[in-house]
Write a protein that binds this ligand. Structure first.
Ligand code: FE
Length: 131
């Protein structure tokens, strides 16, 4: 996959301040405030920064956490996982595989069939509606 690499100035020009903070500076949106937390529309969630397909609405579930949650990405190469030991926690960060945008974290307490919970920021995603 061809990776997208841009400078902070280029990202800043393209994104809103909140999108830049979450996607490029690993921020977290406040729970229960995001556009897609309660969204049940069908379609594909793509990366806000680069449009790379990340999650299908078919893998979305209501985790009750206040962030849109999925049990699997669209395919194994859609996202990258990286160890994150910040904030005195051991977590696994989820990044867009194409542009490196911070999406959220993945936890091992999700529903079947994967048992994973991809806990994502709405501002990192864009829903392309459709079947
Ligand atoms: Fe991306």
């Amino acid at each position: 996959m061809d990776k997208i690499k841009k400078s902070d100035d280029e990202w800043q020009a393209q994104l809103t301040p909140e999108e830049f903070k979450v996607c490029r500076q690993k921020g977290t949106e406040r729970p229960f405030t995001g556009e897609y937390d309660k969204c049940e529309e069908t379609g594909t969630y793509v990366c806000k920064c680069c449009g790379h397909p990340l999650f299908s609405s078919e893998s979305k579930f209501d985790s009750g956490t206040g962030w849109p949650s999925f049990f699997a990405p669209v395919d194994d190469s859609a996202v990258d996982d990286e160890e994150d030991n910040s904030l005195f926690m051991r977590r696994t960060e989820t990044l867009c595989a194409k542009c490196g945008a911070h999406l959220g974290h993945v936890f091992p307490d999700g529903p079947q069939p994967t048992g994973l919970r991809y806990c994502m920021n709405s501002v990192s995603l864009k829903l392309v509606r459709g079947d």
